[in-house]
Design a protein around this ligand. Structure first.
Ligand code: ADP
Length: 449
């Protein structure tokens, strides 16, 4: 087992990794920008190294700075968290070239899944059901129009290299195609340096259901059921739950096995998520994330496993402890993402936290790097905390979420907490009757935004 690992991230996910490592007796190294010198992840880790100025490209995304930090501290492995370098195949290659271990999948798997067309082709060949659409990239507007007519409108045009909800445009009718096609290409080019796009049938009332998988890199893999992440704003998740309110045990077993077999087949190592849209009882693959997800705690809650511990174990070459036969679901879990944002426009709201009080009690987990007096820097993501609750069933989890949100105090900045108070009064949220468009409609009606 490693003696020391470096965490190439910040905020709550860096703390999350420190916690797992500490329970395993592994020392931790935090890296930070000058803007994060006072950050909680720096305080909690055993050692820390300043790797550059506030802007991420010069710090959290600086491969030379991170490798140097490993060399200076003697860290043997790097946990990338999510975001930043977590899905950067080039980084993984450099890590390996320096004789260090990347706690995550291989560069090759990241490369395959990072290109959405290759990912879809690979999954299709592995027997995973996909959304109907173009066969690979679509080069010209004429091709796009022809494919739109073939598969039938509405369609969605997606940047091959896209992510985080960017580089996707819907064409409701043939008349929208030109604008949607050109915009998706331009966004792909400017955000991801790649203007290749592909086309999919736009599903009108799907849910977002994703399957957690975990592989040992040697042909064995398990699934840990699904998460329903349908409540989204601008294709970004805000509320996630497991198990999915609409998924039966038989469906879970069926799609779970397809996913576990697929990743076992490619000798996938570590944690991964296979994302689907789910409509009328059918699953349609959209993408695979080759990393730990923000919403992984809801899965941990219902299965009672520590996914980060498992990641570290298999990266160190130890056998995977997870066994499909002994994985069983216990109760229901919900996560809400608390962002430092001002409603109704969700504009980022960095600033100083004058008072912070985390909720507690049975079935409550608060993953956050906040503390009294902390100043949220303006340079990074606006996620400041994840409130995760667990109950014996969905109604109990909802009641617990309501209770815990009432205890939470975050003063000094605006947050998305009022959104969750409001959502918990909605019959559709209480009954689980929502799809990927529900929240956008609700926001338009209720916040006018
Ligand atoms: P990203 O990598 O940016 O997260 P995804 O491909 O995972 O992009 O899609 C993100 C979200 O966009 C989905 O959860 C869903 O809400 C919406 N979406 C993607 N593909 C489709 C589709 N074919 N039909 C309808 N909605 C879609």
């Amino acid at each position: 087992m490693f003696k020391k690992i470096l965490i190439a991230n910040r905020g709550e996910i860096a703390l999350r990794v420190v916690r797992a490592a500490r329970e395993m007796g592994i020392a931790t190294v935090a890296v930070h920008s000058t803007a994060d010198a006072d950050a909680m992840h720096v305080r909690m880790a055993d050692e820390s190294v300043c790797i550059g100025p506030p802007a991420s490209p010069q710090s959290y995304l600086s491969v030379p700075a991170i490798i140097a930090a490993c060399e200076v501290t003697g860290a043997e492995a790097i946990h990338p968290g999510y975001g930043f370098l977590s899905e950067n195949a080039g980084f993984v290659q450099v890590v390996e070239d320096h004789g260090l271990t990347f706690i995550g999948p291989t560069a090759e798997h990241i490369r395959i899944m990072g290109d959405k067309i290759t990912a879809k082709d690979t999954m299709k060949a592995l027997g995973v059901p996909c959304v109907p659409g173009s066969d690979g990239g679509v080069a010209t507007l004429d091709d796009a129009k022809r494919i739109g007519a073939e598969i039938g409108y509405p369609v969605i045009i997606k940047a091959t290299a896209g992510g985080g909800g960017r580089g996707m445009k819907v064409a409701q009718t043939a008349a929208d195609m030109e604008k949607a096609f050109l915009t998706a290409r331009a966004e792909g080019k400017s955000n991801f340096g790649n203007d290749e796009v592909y086309i999919e049938k736009y599903l009108t009332t799907p849910r977002h259901i994703e399957i957690q998988v975990f592989g040992d890199g040697k042909g064995r893999a398990v699934h840990l059921g699904e998460r329903d992440c349908s409540l989204q704003r601008r294709h970004q998740k805000v509320f996630e739950e497991a198990p999915g309110p609409s998924i039966t045990a038989a469906e879970r077993a069926r799609i779970g096995k397809i996913c576990a077999d697929a990743v076992a087949n490619i000798n996938y190592i570590g944690a991964g998520t296979i994302e689907f849209l789910y409509e009328n009882g059918e699953f349609y693959f959209i993408e695979m994330n080759t990393r730990l997800q923000v919403e992984h705690p809801v899965t941990e809650s219902i299965f009672g496993v520590d996914l980060v511990r498992e990641q570290i174990r298999v990266a160190a070459g130890l056998p995977m402890e997870l066994n499909q036969d002994s994985l069983s679901i216990n109760g229901h879990s919900i996560e809400v993402r608390i962002n430092a944002e001002k409603l109704p426009n969700f504009s980022p709201c960095p600033g100083r936290i004058t008072q912070y009080h985390a909720p507690g009690g049975l079935g409550v987990r608060m993953d956050s790097a906040l503390y009294d007096g902390y100043s949220i820097p303006p340079y990074y993501d606006s996620l400041i905390g994840k409130l995760i609750v667990h109950g014996r069933d969905r109604p109990e989890a909802l009641a617990r979420l309501h209770r815990a949100l009432g205890e939470l105090i975050v003063d000094g900045v605006d947050t998305t907490v009022p959104l969750f108070h409001a959502l918990l009064a909605e019959p559709d949220v209480l009954s689980g009757a929502y799809n990927i468009h529900w929240l956008e409609h609700w926001l338009e009606t209720n916040l006018g935004g």
